[in-house]
Design a protein around this ligand. Sequence first.
Ligand code: MF3
Ligand code: CO
Ligand code: CO
Length: 246
Amino acid sequence: MIVKTDKEREGMRAASRVVKAALDAAEKFIKPGVTTSEIDAVVEQTIRSLGATPSTKGFEGYPNASCVSVNDVVVHGIPSLQTVKDGDIVSVDITALLNGYQGDAARTFPVGNISDADKKLIDTAQAAFFAGMEYVKAGNRVGDVSSAVQLYTELHGYGVVRALTGHGIGHKMHEPPEVPNFGKKHTGAPLRAGLCICVEPMITAGDWRVFIERDGWTVRTADRSRAAHYENTVIVTDGAPEILTL
Ligand code: MF3
Ligand code: CO
Ligand code: CO
């Protein structure tokens, strides 16, 4: 586990600001009729216009600057000619590299008018993240965060995906420790001030089970229930966490 220096933390903040700008650009652009490739193009242009590069492009062979996941796709949706329609929900996950530092964040956006059930699903993913934030503090352990995310999600009747986790972040997109969205209090790696992590609840309206499609990337719910994703890059401190991608 790698604790960041002051200089490194400044680098993480700058990279995170790029990611946030790209998420904002995607949110503004998303409307019924646009393709997921067009969303990805807006993300890539925003990242590059700010002097950064999209970290996912070429990462383990992933082809694009963002992951764009529609409805029952949980994460890692590959941008394509698929258009998003009124009533869809679309998760956009962006990682950018600036001056050697990574920022990583995701949101689920509504397309046009969405159902109350989908609104609640999206809000619960965000609320589960903040339930986890209550435990992101030096001296606590990863399992404290994981269990808070899980308890909040399941208490509200949603499934929490287990196949994918949050993670440490720094010069690399994925660093130790893993930060699962389920687990037990008082277990796992200890959190230390200066550690940088991504906390990223992936929740479903139904069962938590998922499968990977034949493209090797697209993660879809097994029961085809809809899913939402909410992720931020966060610095652990002795007090409240510093959330870099808000
Ligand atoms: N941004 C994702 C995460 O939150 C990782 C995407 S890797 C990709 O960890 F290859 F699928 F883009
Ligand atoms: Co991400
Ligand atoms: Co992440």
